[in-house]
Design a protein around this ligand. Structure first.
Ligand code: ITT
Length: 195
């Protein structure tokens, strides 16, 4: 028996299954199949998500030689001058949600946004192609864990919702999220890409 994949396929190099599941739902709605690739991740230090994503996707491509995506995301808190920004992963590992809420104690300006950059690369291209997405909202006063989500989801409430990302299903989060917006832009482009 032989299998033939109809439509387009892409590989998402990530070690974060939550990111993969969110992306898979978006890409699925555009009939794009996606495989998760656990390649060794090279994440340079930079203030620019785009620069990080571009460098990482080339590194991922060199390992797999497949049409590949890398996505880099950050959380930018206005009252903290954009901290943790692209260093979200390190800050989450070190001080976590409770630590961030401590830094925000007594701060009335709770405005924050998540930003995402999806970078795509394949052998037909000379340089990676990037797509961005942003979700604006607020840092909550307390940790509000629902039954899904990851990272800073329990302390981020997007504008237009009373729920934190962690209190939403993947489909609900995808209505608001930075990642879903960036992946939708990618999907529209990829449908017409003759790769
Ligand atoms: P990769 O293997 O794809 O790099 P990662 O978890 O390191 O996975 P990022 O560098 O894109 O992913 O994100 C850095 C951190 O920012 C991530 O570990 C979370 O703590 C946080 N983060 C990113 N997107 C988030 C989201 O949608 N909701 C909550 N936290 C998020």
């Amino acid at each position: 028996m032989s299998f033939q994949l109809k439509g387009k396929v892409v590989f998402f190099a990530t070690n974060n299954i939550n990111k993969f599941n969110e992306a898979r739902k978006v890409l699925g709605s555009y009939k794009i199949a996606v495989g998760m690739l656990r390649v060794k991740n090279l994440e340079i230090q930079s203030e620019s998500l785009e620069e990080i994503a571009k460098t990482s996707v080339i590194h991922a491509f060199q390992q797999c030689r497949l049409p590949v995506i890398v996505e880099d995301a950050g959380l930018f808190i206005e009252a903290l001058n954009g901290f943790p920004g692209p260093y979200a992963s390190y800050v989450y590992k070190t001080i976590g949600n409770e630590g961030l809420l401590k830094l925000m104690k007594g701060v009335t300006n709770r405005k924050a946004c998540f930003q995402s950059v999806v970078a795509y690369f394949s052998e037909e291209l000379d340089t990676p192609v990037c797509f961005d997405g942003e979700a604006s909202g607020e840092i909550t006063e307390d940790v509000r864990k629902g039954c899904s989500g990851f990272g800073f989801d329990p302390i981020f409430k997007p504008y237009g919702s009373e729920k934190t990302f962690a209190e939403m299903s993947i489909d609900e989060k995808n209505k608001y999220s930075h990642r879903a917006k960036a992946f939708r832009k990618f999907a529209k482009w990829y449908k017409g890409f003759k790769g």
